[in-house]
Design a protein around this ligand. Structure first.
Ligand code: PLP
Length: 456
C-alpha cells in the first residue's frame, strides 16, 4: 500500500516543481501533489484510486497511450544488452542507426542527419548553434539573429526560452537573450482587422516579418523558428495561406526555416508532420515528445542537406563538430523510439488523428460554439482549444482575476478529465493520445461541457 501522506511530505520538502507557484505549494494552499501511480490506454490513475482521462497526453506527448508493453519490452531488452554507450567519435548502436535512417527518410524538408538530445528545449538550443555555426562556416558571420513569434513556445533553456514568445517565461530570468527577436502571432480571431480575410491577414503577418528583417538588416538574420501549429501559446492553427507567404519572405532574404515539430510531429495534426500538412520545407526540424511518446526522454535536431553540406565541407578547415551530450543517441531511448515508431506506422496514427480528430472537432463545435462565453473553438487533428470570452460580440476578455480557464480545467479534473488551462488567456486545451476512439472523444467533450456549465 502506498503511503500518500509520506510521499506528499517528502515531495513538498524536496522537489522544485516546474510551473508551480512555490509559496502556494509550500504552504499547502494548492493541496498535496497528485501522486500518479499508473496509466493504461488514455487513462492515468492516482494513489487515491481516482482515474482520469488524460485529454492532454501528459504534455502532448503520450501519443500511443499508456502501458504499451511493446515499448516497455524494447526498453528492457536494450537495458539488458547494453544500457549505455556514447556516440562521440563515431560510436553507434544498431537501434540508433536504425532510428536515424527512419527519421531521415520520414522527416520533412531535405533531411540529412539527426543530432540527438534529451528534450525539445535542448534540441532548439542545438538548432540555434547550428544556425550560427552554418553562417560562420559559409562566411556570413553577421547572420546570427533568430526570429520567433509572439506566443510561440520553444522550451525554457537560455536560447529556447528566449525564442519562446511569452513574457512570463522571461520575467526575472534575464531573457530574452540578445539577438532573439519576435514577430506577430498568426491568430486570426485576435489579430485580424474587422472584415480582414485569413489570406489578407496572413499577407499582413508576412509583411510584418519582412519589415522586421529589413529593419534589422537581412545580412544579420539567420533563421526563423516556428511551430507549424502554435501549441502552448493557445493551440492555434495557422490562417489560410500563412506558410506560403512566410516561406516566400524567408527565401527572399536567405533566412533558414526551423520547424519546431515537438508537438506537431508524429501524427498530432493528422499528418506525419505539421510541415507536411502546411507545405513547409524546413531547413532544420526539431522533434521530441511523440518521438518516444514520452516513454523515455529523447529529442532530435534534424539537419537538412543545405546546412549539413556546409558543415561537412568546412570540416578539414575547422576540425571536429564540437557539440554533443553524454546521452546523445542513448541506446535505450533509441530502442524506445523504434518501438514507438513501429506502433505509429502499424496503427496508422496520423490517419487516425485525422479521422478521429474530425469527429472531435465536430463534437466540440456542436457543444461549445453556441455558448455565450465561447469566442472560438479551433484546432486540427487531435489538437483542440476552446477560448472563453466575457463578451462574444466585442471579444472582451474575462478579468484574469476570475481565472475562468483554470476553474473550468479544475472542474473537468474533478469529473475525471484532464484538459489543460493554457497559460495564455482563458483557453481550455486538448491533445489526447492519438489512439483514442470516437466514443472516448464523446466522453471527453461531454465532461468538458459539464465542467464548463458547472463553472459558468
Ligand atoms: N517546442 C515545442 C513546440 C514544445 O511544445 C515544447 C514543450 O512543450 C518544447 C519545444 C520544449 O520541449 P521540452 O519541454 O522537452 O524541453
Amino acid at each position: 500500500m502506498i503511503d500518500i501522506k509520506t510521499i506528499a511530505e517528502k515531495d513538498r520538502l524536496s522537489v522544485l516543481h516546474p510551473f508551480t507557484q512555490l509559496r502556494e505549494f509550500a504552504s499547502g494552499k494548492i493541496g498535496d501533489p497528485t501522486v500518479v501511480t499508473g496509466g493504461q490506454g488514455i487513462r492515468i490513475q492516482d494513489a487515491e484510486g481516482r482515474s482520469y482521462i488524460d485529454g492532454f497526453a501528459g504534455l502532448y506527448c503520450v501519443n500511443i497511450g499508456y502501458g504499451r508493453t511493446e515499448v516497455a519490452e524494447a526498453i528492457a531488452r536494450q537495458a539488458y544488452n547494453l544500457a549505455y554507450y556514447h556516440t562521440y567519435a563515431a560510436h553507434t548502436t544498431e537501434e540508433l542507426a536504425t532510428l536515424s535512417d527512419r527519421l531521415v527518410r520520414m522527416a520533412p524538408g531535405k533531411p540529412s542527419k539527426v543530432f540527438y538530445g534529451m528534450s525539445g528545449s535542448d534540441a532548439n538550443e542545438t538548432q540555434a548553434k547550428l544556425v550560427w555555426y552554418y553562417n560562420n562556416l559559409r562566411g556570413h558571420p553577421k547572420r546570427k539573429k533568430i526570429i520567433s513569434r509572439e506566443r510561440g513556445y520553444h522550451g525554457c533553456s537560455v536560447i529556447s526560452g528566449s525564442m519562446t514568445g511569452m513574457s512570463f517565461y522571461h520575467d526575472h530570468m534575464d531573457l530574452p537573450f540578445p539577438g532573439i527577436l519576435h514577430t506577430g502571432t498568426p491568430h486570426h480571431y485576435w489579430g485580424a482587422e474587422p472584415g480582414e480575410t485569413e489570406e489578407a491577414f496572413s499577407r499582413r503577418r508576412a509583411a510584418e516579418l519582412e519589415e522586421l528583417i529589413v529593419r534589422e538588416g537581412p545580412e544579420t538574420v539567420g533563421a526563423f523558428i516556428a511551430e507549424p501549429v502554435l501549441g502552448t501559446g493557445g493551440i492555434t492553427p495557422p490562417p489560410a495561406g500563412y506558410w506560403r507567404e512566410i516561406q516566400d519572405v524567408l527565401k527572399r532574404y536567405d533566412v533558414l526555416l526551423i520547424a519546431d515539430e515537438v508537438i506537431c510531429g508524429f501524427g498530432r495534426t493528422g499528418a506525419d508532420f505539421g510541415s507536411t500538412l502546411y507545405g513547409m520545407e524546413p531547413d532544420l526540424v526539431t522533434v521530441a515528445k511523440g518521438l518516444t511518446s514520452g516513454y523515455v526522454p529523447l529529442s532530435g535536431a534534424i539537419v537538412g542537406e543545405k546546412v549539413y553540406s556546409v558543415m561537412e565541407e568546412a570540416a578539414d578547415r575547422v576540425g571536429a563538430f564540437s557539440h554533443g551530450y553524454t546521452y546523445s543517441g542513448h541506446p535505450i531511448a533509441a530502442a524506445a523510439a523504434n518501438a514507438v515508431i513501429d506502433i505509429f506506422e502499424k496503427e496508422r496514427l496520423s490517419d487516425r488523428a485525422r479521422t478521429v480528430g474530425a469527429h472531435f472537432h465536430k463534437q466540440l463545435k456542436q457543444k461549445f460554439a453556441q455558448l455565450e462565453i465561447v469566442g472560438e473553438v479551433r484546432g486540427v487533428g487531435l489538437l483542440g482549444a476552446i477560448e472563453f470570452v466575457a463578451d462574444r460580440q466585442t471579444k472582451r476578455r474575462f478579468d484574469p482575476e476570475l481565472k475562468v480557464g483554470a476553474r473550468i480545467s479544475k472542474a473537468a479534473r474533478d469529473r475525471g478529465l484532464i484538459a489543460r488551462a493554457m497559460p495564455h488567456g482563458d483557453i481550455l486545451g486538448f491533445a489526447p493520445p492519438l489512439v483514442l476512439s470516437e466514443a472516448e472523444v464523446d466522453e471527453i467533450v461531454d465532461l468538458a461541457y459539464r465542467a464548463t456549465k458547472q463553472v459558468m
